[in-house]
Structure formats: C-alpha cells, structure tokens
Design a protein around this ligand. Structure first.
Ligand SMILES: Cc1cc2nc3c(=O)[nH]c(=O)nc-3n(C[C@H](O)[C@H](O)[C@H](O)COP(=O)(O)OP(=O)(O)OC[C@H]3O[C@@H](n4cnc5c(N)ncnc54)[C@H](O)[C@@H]3O)c2cc1C
Length: 499
C-alpha cells in the first residue's frame, strides 16, 4: 500500500473505531479505494498483450467513488457472474461504478489503453459478451434505481437496473411500460437491442418508450441524448445495442394500466402441433393490441413435449373470454390454466431460480409469415431427447410494434409479423456437443424463412450476417459508429465494426 492510501485507510479505520453507533456505521462507508499491488497483464480489443502499470491502475482506482475489483476477491467473482454458466470469464480488472463520473473514468482508461471492454447490466447476454477474459469489465450492478414521476408518467431508470425494478416501481403508481418477460433481465441490454415484452403489441417495444438517455460515449463525454440533442445517437441507441457507449440512465414513457391481467396457457398434444400452429398463424392476425400472444412446441428437460399457446390479456377483463374461447376450440385441450393475476407477478413468473443447473444454446429469427412450409419443416425436424429440453417458440409482433417504420429507430424488423426462438437446454454438467449440433442443423432448415435475427439473441453469427440483420439501417448505423466510436472500443456486442 502506498503512503497516500495507507494514511487514508488508517484515518478511516481510526475514525470508525472512535465513533459509536450510527456514526461508526457512517464512517465505515467512507470510501477506501482498492490498493493495486502490481502491474496487471491485460489485452487490447485486437487481442494484443499489454501491461498496465501499477501506478496508472491505482490512479484509476483512486478516481472512483465505486470500486475497482481485481481477481481474488468474492466481489470480483460476483461482478463477473453471467447468467449462462458456460461463460466463466476472468477480466483483468472490473470497474463497478456508482455513477456516470466513474463510468467516464473507466471509459477514458479503457480507451487510452486500447483495452478490450465489456459492459454488464443484467448479465443475460446470449454470447457471454458482457464480461471478457483479460480485458476491462464495467459492471453496472451498483447503478440500480427506478424513480417514477407520476404526473409526467415517466420513469428515470439507472443504466444497471433490472426489469423487475422498473415494473415494480411503475406499477405502484398504476403505470407500466413494455419490459421483457423475465424480471432479472437487465434494462440496459434488453432496451438497447429493442425490447420485446408481454405488452409490446399495446405499448410498443421498450425502445419506443425511451424518451431520453444519459450515455458515456467512447470519448468519455457524458451526453444527454434525445430527439433534440445528438438525435443521430438517440436513433442509433434504440436498436443498435451496446455499440455506442454506456447508458447510465434511461427516461421511459409510462402508460396507465390496471394491475390485474388475465393470463394463461392452453396445452395440446404434440401430435396436433401442425394444426395448432396453423391456427395460431391465422389467429394472430385477428387479435387486438391488448392481447400478447406466444406459442411453443416442445418442453423443458424431463417434461413430456407438447404444444401450447400462452397469452396475457391486458384489456377490459369482461372481454377476455371472447379472445380466449377460440384457443379452447383449436385442438384437443390437455391443459387449461387461465387466471387473473397481478401484472408484476406475471412478469416474475418466468424467473429462473437455479441459474447454475442448466445451460443452453439458442437461435432466433424474425419471420414475415408462418407459412405451412415453415411449420412442416419445424415440426418434422423436432427431435425430443432424454438429455435435453428442446423448445421452439413463436412470438407475435404487429400492433404498436408494427406501426413504427423500420427507419424510425435502429431496430429494422418492424414488418416482421412473428419472431421464432429455437432453444435447447441441458444439465450444466453434461456434454453439450450433440445438442448444439442438433439446433444448428435444425436452424439451417429454418434459416431460408428468416428475415434476420434479433441482435439481443445473437449467437456468434458471422460478421456479414450481423451487418445484414440491421438491414437498410446498417449504412446509417455504420456512419454513426464511425463518428462516435472510430476505434470500435465497444465491440463486445452484435458489432457494427467501425474498423
Ligand atoms: C432468460 C432470458 C429472457 C429473455 N427475455 C427477453 C424478452 O422477454 N424480451 C427481449 O426483448 N429479450 C429477452 N431476452 C434477451 C435479452 O434482451 C438479452 O439477453 C439482453 O442482452 C439482456 O440484457 P442484460 O442487460 O441482462 O444483459 P448483459 O449481458 O448485462 O448485457 C448484454 C449487452 O448489452 C449491452 N449493455 C447492457 N447494459 C448496457 C448499458 N447500460 N449501456 C450500454 N450497453 C449495455 C452490452 O453490450 C452487453 O454486452 C431474454 C434473455 C434471457 C436470457
């Protein structure tokens, strides 16, 4: 420990020891920067080895109100945690900011040293790109807060928050906005890529409700970005993923909604999969915006595979039956679970309690339509397996999602009527090769029907396929990327490569 840190931590300890009760507690919260014991080996964005000088890293540590975390502490291991257990990354250093100023210091340090840089919010990245080996990780888990302005019907959400915080705070005022279907997903990652959710057809995608963002750009500047300030960046951040900087807060538009919604699941035998999916494809064209709808074929590991339709009706409860009854007539009903439920509880109902038990691999796709040919291809190639869960899920877009033009935000799949997710999961301690091979070969059959994939679900697709999924928005995105991130500092994402 150098002299300056020794004096500072000795004073903190001495002050804490001399004070009773709450004063001692307050003193224990005095900021003590992490001591950096030696030089640190790291890598650049291009993979070259670099040595970070101890004094420079110490200066970074001293500049933070939050923490610098180095290997060897439990806080470091918690901060590098990702949802999918197959990604066990070990960054050279982790910055855990408590505000935008810390993020600016971290970004300046990463840029000046050309470091490989990862940004983590909820840690749900499909490819484990929110942490990295031997680079710097910015872990936003201490940047969690949701503040609702009831009169303005808006919510200011800190950039590291989870969806559950947004839903919980907003609904306590009788307000909502579109958020994804698992409450421990990060607001940051989900929103920047687009953001689908149970209310999307009614209130639009998450990005359609973002009025403003505070973002630290690669030059280290903190910018308030909205329709008037940096409008290009405001456009690009809504669908362009983590390519342009670190968002430290989002301002969301909220909407009035009753607390209780009618929700449920109607199940049918696997043998009727084609008939049910044909019905679903037609039915999806007829439903009002208040109906959020999904269909799935398959099952989790150990479950009897079947086919099912899920829904959330957020409209007038008296009208719910009109839209549920046709589902009961679509085939042989083997499960009928319809209930009225608190919306926030519905949003938590898909949460994963043991995130280390299973791991998985997925492919996603947008579709203009669900043709009979696609349905046949999918069902004929469905192969249940005793050691894995295999599921195909069709989400319905349209409604408010489809009333925005492809060019209005960076998200370029407004015209897609459906999204398809193919997912295999297996016990973390078993061999994965066979399952990944299966879903890849299955996917090659489905790909001809696809108009592109969701950047939030991307699974190491080749660069040309990443570029192609931004469709006609790609040239504008590339220009904006070259302007704000000319060295491609923010590259661990569905990358728009500026260099
Ligand atoms: C269980 C599960 C359920 C899901 N459900 C839905 C759903 O209902 N709807 C839907 O649309 N998607 C859904 N997804 C996909 C989800 O949108 C992506 O996985 C998303 O990236 C998760 O965001 P995160 O913050 O949790 O992830 P992280 O892994 O923390 O971040 C992913 C990437 O987002 C970027 N990023 C995150 N926060 C910031 C920030 N503040 N500033 C700048 N960049 C940032 C970084 O590039 C990072 O690599 C789901 C995923 C899972 C695993």
């Amino acid at each position: 420990m150098d002299r300056r840190n020794f004096i500072r931590s000795s004073i903190s300890a001495a002050v804490a020891a001399s004070l009773p009760g709450t004063q001692a507690l307050a003193a224990s919260l005095l900021h003590t920067p992490t001591t950096v014991p030696s030089n640190i080996d790291a890598i650049t964005g291009d993979g070259a080895e670099v040595t970070l000088q101890q004094a420079a890293v110490q200066e970074l540590s001293d500049s933070l109100k939050g923490k610098l975390l180095l290997p060897g502490s439990s806080a470091y291991d918690d901060a590098r945690w990702l949802l999918r257990p197959q990604y066990d990354r070990h960054p050279a250093l982790i910055v855990q900011p408590t505000g935008s100023a810390d993020v600016q210091n971290a970004v300046d340090f990463a840029r000046d040293n050309s470091l490989l840089l990862a940004v983590k919010c909820g840690g749900h990245s499909a490819t484990g790109k929110s942490s990295c080996d031997k680079g710097m990780q910015i872990d936003l888990s201490q940047l969690r807060n949701a503040r609702v302005d009831r009169a303005a019907k808006t919510a200011r959400i800190a950039g590291g928050s989870l969806l559950g915080e947004l839903d919980h705070e907003a609904m306590s005022h009788g307000l909502v906005t579109t958020a994804g279907s698992v409450s421990h997903t990060g607001v940051g990652g989900l929103t920047l890529g687009g953001g689908f959710g149970r209310l999307g057809r009614r209130f639009g995608m998450s990005i359609d409700n973002v009025l403003e963002m505070d973002v630290v750009t690669p030059d280290g500047k903190l910018r308030r970005v909205n329709a008037d300030n940096d409008p290009d960046l405001y456009w690009a951040l809504r669908g362009g993923g983590g390519n342009f900087g670190v968002v430290t807060s989002f301002l969301f538009q909220l909407h009035e909604m009753q607390r209780d919604v009618v929700t449920g699941f109607i199940g049918y035998p696997l043998s009727e999969a084609k008939q049910i999916l044909e019905f679903y494809a037609e039915y999806a064209e007829k439903i009002p915006d208040e109906m959020g709808l999904g269909a799935g074929v398959g099952g989790r590991l150990g479950q009897e595979p079947g086919v099912g339709i899920y829904f959330v009706w957020s409209g007038d409860p008296a009208k719910a039956d009109k839209y549920i009854e046709p589902l009961r007539k679509a085939g042989t009903v083997v499960a009928d679970r319809v209930t009225t439920m608190d919306y926030v509880a519905v949003q938590r109902s898909g949460d994963i309690d043991d995130t280390r038990a299973f791991t998985g691999y997925m492919k996603s796709s947008f579709l203009n339509s669900m043709t009979s040919e696609l349905i046949d291809t999918l069902v004929d190639n469905f192969e249940p397996h005793p050691d894995r869960g295999t599921r195909f899920g069709f989400g319905v877009s349209g409604g408010a999602i489809g009333r925005v033009a492809n060019a209005d935000t960076a998200f370029a799949h407004r015209d897609a009527k459906f999204s398809l997710m193919s997912f295999v999961s297996w016990k973390s301690d078993t061999d994965k090769e066979e399952h990944v091979k299966y879903i890849k070969s299955h996917w090659s059959n489905v790909e001809p029907f696809s108009t592109g994939f969701y950047v939030n679900d991307h699974f190491d697709q080749p660069q040309e396929s990443v570029n192609a999924t931004y469709r006609e928005n790609f040239p504008r995105l590339l220009n904006i990327k070259q302007k704000y991130d000319p060295t491609n500092l923010f590259r661990l994402n569905a990358n728009i490569r500026s260099v």
